[in-house]
Design a protein around this ligand. Structure first.
Ligand code: PMT
Length: 401
């Protein structure tokens, strides 16, 4: 994932220093060339031997080092694709904000032209101090990416803001920075696609005209943008895009079960499936015999899968589709609200070239903030990329503070 990328990891002296080991190991496993700088304080929390073993490179501590691995240590170490400061103590942030260069880490930070990502970690009172907040503002103004601290129990037992951000979040920010053409890198996307079939008997079902093309195009586009993709698909005659995790289902109840299992791990959901709203109350065990009498079929409602997800949304982004034949935008806005969505893609399936089965669509995306963008007639593949670009742009994935 990070082939040919050089990352300098600066570790400053705080208890969260031990957490940098996991990130260094992960960077290395993903083929980055990792060079570690430790402050004297950091060396008291975690040993240079640990970091040398994980990074596979000598660890630099001394500004005046005569280590033959470096010509001029702080200049050599400043030259990288990404400079990661993890953890960033109040002290190193203050030095960087002031432009001090009295040790190897601060001198390298002053010399670097690379993007700096800093993950602050400190006691809540130090974090809240206007001096620290002012320094963070200065550094953000210089283009540093600051990964906001988390609130919780700190090492000393105090409760407040100042804990190092979660490791998965730090990984996401690194991935997005090193692979800017992959804005969904580090994200897990769950997509539903196709129709559901609701069994009447062993050979018949109630279904709809969805081909799955829309959901499959969205899955392929999400993969191209760097996401890990779970595609939960009703019965369709399509090959899944290579590299996505395909979960085949038949009925709405099966789709609901699989989606419920996958939901906790995902960051974004797009529900493009045309889920049957009703199912036969009971599927006959044997094939229903033909007769001249009319046949009554008792239907009961299926669960609304997307509405269920909306009730437990957390930090996730939820995107629904609305297939309508009248009052397109009003109906779509109603569904956006009722299902607690962030976006809804409205398609008027009565228009030629739009909706079910064909290779093209005409759609309007509506955000929870009430913004709308129309997409004229285009291929479902092009529409999928347009939808992702809109969502990525409006959701500001790479802003973390
Ligand atoms: O597959 P294609 O042939 O390419 O066609 C694409 C499409 C027309 C099916 C697609 O673009 C689309 O509009 N899908 C949603 C169709 C639909 O069922 O809309 P709805 O208005 O009934 O549902 C609204 C939203 O709730 C949808 O995101 C749907 O997936 C979800 N839903 C609906 C019912 C239900 N029981 N559970 C759900 O999750």
């Amino acid at each position: 994932m990070f082939k040919n990328k050089t990352v300098t990891v600066g570790i400053s002296g705080g208890i969260a220093a031990y957490k940098s080991a996991e990130i260094v190991s992960w960077l290395k496993k993903n083929n980055a060339e990792v060079r570690v700088i430790m402050t004297e304080g950091a060396c008291r929390f975690i040993t240079p031997l640990t970091m040398k073993t994980l990074s596979g490179q000598p660890v630099a501590v001394d500004l005046m080092s005569m280590d033959p691995a470096y010509n001029v240590p702080h200049i050599d170490l400043a030259a990288c694709d990404l400079f990661l400061l993890l953890p960033a103590t109040a002290n190193i942030l203050a030095k960087a904000a002031m432009g001090l260069a009295d040790d190897l880490l601060s001198a390298s930070l002053l010399a670097t032209k690379a993007q700096v990502i800093a993950a602050p970690a400190m006691h809540c009172d130090m974090y809240d101090n206007p001096a620290t907040q002012g320094n963070l503002q200065i550094l953000a103004g210089r283009g540093w990416t600051l990964i906001e601290t988390e609130e919780g129990v700190l090492a000393c037992g105090a409760i407040g803001k100042g804990r190092l951000a979660g490791i998965p979040k730090i990984m996401q920010v690194i991935e997005a920075t090193l692979n800017p053409d992959k804005p969904l890198a580090g994200r897990r996307v769950l997509i539903t696609a196709g129709p559901t079939w609701e069994a009447m008997d062993p050979v018949r079902y109630l279904g709809n005209r969805s081909s799955g093309k829309t959901g499959y195009c969205l899955a392929g586009a999400a993969r191209d943008l760097g996401a890990v993709v779970d595609l939960v698909s009703g019965p369709v005659a399509l090959d899944p895009p290579p590299g996505v995790n395909l979960h085949r289902v038949e009925s709405a109840l099966e789709m609901a079960r699989v989606v419920t299992v996958l939901y906790p791990a995902c960051n974004i959901v797009i529900a493009a499936a045309a889920v049957a709203d009703y199912r036969p109350r009971q599927a006959a065990k044997e094939k229903i015999k033909k007769s001249s009498a009319s046949l009554n079929l008792y239907l009961e409602p299926n669960p609304d899968i997307l509405a269920g997800l909306g009730q437990n949304k957390g930090e996730r982004i939820l995107i629904g589709f609305a297939a309508e034949t009248e009052n397109l935008l009003e109906e779509a806005r109603k569904k956006l609200r009722e299902k607690n969505l962030d976006y809804i893609v409205a398609n008027d399936v009565s228009q030629p070239g739009a909706g079910f089965a064909g290779d093209t669509n005409i759609a309007t995306i509506i955000s929870a903030q009430g913004e709308e963008k129309q997409f004229p007639l285009m291929s479902k593949k092009a529409l999928a990329m347009e939808i992702w670009q809109y969502v990525i742009h409006n959701s500001q994935f790479t802003i973390h503070n």
